[in-house]
Every structure is written in structure tokens, then in C-alpha cells.
Design a protein around this ligand. Structure first.
Ligand code: 13P
Length: 249
């Protein structure tokens, strides 16, 4: 089974009204009718702006996080219902920057995954090992533990999630996992999904993220278990992001 690939930009905490306008204008001009699904995951203050820009285009709107809570006294958080009001289709959950700087545990990531699913938002669940974990030979153990936490999300089918493998040592460092290294981990994740839900495993998209760029995208995306990309830095440059989209078929 070959999945339609998903190329998702994670803008992280970058952008401005003017910069977003220019970036989206260039993307919309160049994107045409892509051979893959495309999304941009934008900072929360810009959801309304980007929703209006991408409505009716091939670019879907994503958020970078979602609260596990439905409402109430959770200062600074955004609920899945709020994201819904802005036409949000995807929400990144458990990005390594949130795990690292905001102390998000596997359990918290699972609760966020459930909250997104309950509102029909596709969670892009991030897993990935640190350099120390890789060097200690713990890559498989870490990513399997992180994925296991979201596999049995109450009442929802695992087929509704997107997984993103993002080795922490490759994020923003210019060090990309080699296609073989990435494929190796993706195959481990695929096998784990197969064990949990054999009928759905092949159809669950597993994205690669970590210094994916216009030059290395085609080779990464040609690996059998790499179903797309979650792109940080290169998603802020329209020509680069468009080249990555063109490489996904
Ligand atoms: P870079 O593409 O900048 O390495 O970031 C990857 C990432 O963290 C996407 O979520």
C-alpha cells in the first residue's frame, strides 16, 4: 500500500502578519495541484489569518499543540474545540521541544492525542530519541515507548493519527538522519503499529522530520515507510517548501 504523502510545515514560533502573508502568497502561487497533502502548522495567534488565506486551497491548516482539557482554568492553552472554530485539520502533539521545554510526558501526549481525536482533528504525534539515547543504543526502546503511549487512546482508532519520527539530534541542526537510519526506525514503528492494529498499520502515515530540506527530501521520501515530512526551517522558505512538496509523490 502506498499512502498519499503528507508534507507539513511546522513554523514553530516564527512569522508575523506580513511575513505570513508573503510566504502564503508564494506557496499558493507555486503549489498548483500537489501530488500529496500539504499543511502548515502555525502559531496560534495567526490561525485566523492563515485560515482565511488557505480556505479553498490545497493547503490545510494545522496547530502546533492542543490542550488535553476541554475548557476552563488552563491559562495559555487552546482547546481542540477552539482550534475547530478556525478550521484546524491537524495538530502537532508531543513535539520534542514541548517534551523538553514544557515537560510533556508520554501520558500528557496521549491525553492531547485523545482530545484532538475527539474533535476530529488529526494529531501528528511526534516521537524521537535524543543523541545520548541513540549513542546508548536506546533508539528503538524510546520511540516504541513514546508510540505505545498513544496507541491505545480510549475509544479512537489508531488509524486516525499521523506519526512523525523526529530524531531530536536532527532537529534544527542540519544533521539529517540518513535515509537508511530513518527508514530503519520507520520500519520499527510500522511493525509496532502492525502488532497493535494489523488492518490499519499500512495506512497510517509515518512522517520524517529533522533537517529535511529541498536537497535531501526526495531520497528520504522514497523510502518505503516514509510517508511524508514534518518540516521546520525549510517550511519558512517558499521555494524550499515547494521543492519538498514536489518531491513527494
Ligand atoms: P527542522 O526541519 O528545522 O530541523 O525542524 C524539524 C522539526 O522539528 C519539525 O517539527
Amino acid at each position: 500500500m502506498t499512502n498519499r504523502k503528507l508534507i507539513a510545515g511546522n513554523w514553530k514560533m516564527n512569522g508575523s502578519l506580513a511575513a505570513n502573508e508573503a510566504l502564503l502568497d508564494a506557496l499558493l502561487q507555486g503549489v498548483g495541484a500537489p501530488n500529496c497533502d500539504v499543511a502548515v502548522c502555525v502559531p496560534a495567534p495567526y490561525l485566523a489569518q492563515v485560515q482565511a488565506k488557505v480556505a479553498g486551497t490545497p493547503i490545510a491548516l494545522g496547530a502546533q499543540d492542543v490542550s488535553a482539557q476541554p475548557q476552563g482554568a488552563f491559562t495559555g492553552e487552546q482547546s481542540a474545540a477552539m482550534l475547530n472554530e478556525f478550521g484546524v485539520r491537524y495538530a502537532i502533539v508531543g513535539h520534542s521541544e514541548r517534551r523538553q521545554y514544557h515537560g510533556e510526558s508520554d501520558e500528557a501526549v496521549a491525553a492531547k492525542t485523545a482530545a484532538a481525536l475527539a474533535r476530529g482533528i488529526t494529531p501528528i504525534v511526534c516521537v524521537g530519541e535524543t543523541l545520548a539515547e541513540r549513542e546508548a543504543g536506546r533508539t528503538e526502546e524510546v520511540v516504541k515507548r513514546q508510540l505505545a503511549a498513544v496507541i491505545h487512546v480510549n475509544g479512537h482508532c489508531i488509524s486516525e493519527i499521523v506519526v512523525a519520527y523526529e530524531p531530536v539530534w536532527a532537529i534544527g541542526t542540519g544533521k539529517t538522519a540518513s535515509p537508511e537510519q530513518a527508514q530503519g526506525v520507520h520500519a520499527v514503528l510500522r511493525a509496532q503499529l502492525h502488532h497493535a492494529a494489523s488492518e490499519h498499520a499500512a495506512g497510517i502515515r509515518i512522517l520524517y522530520g529533522g533537517s529535511m530540506n529541498a536537497a535531501n527530501a526526495a531520497e528520504l521520501l522514497s523510502q518505503p515507510d516514509i510517508d511524508g515530512g514534518l518540516i521546520g526551517g525549510a517550511s519558512l522558505k517558499a521555494p524550499d517548501f515547494l521543492q519538498i512538496i514536489a518531491a513527494a509523490r
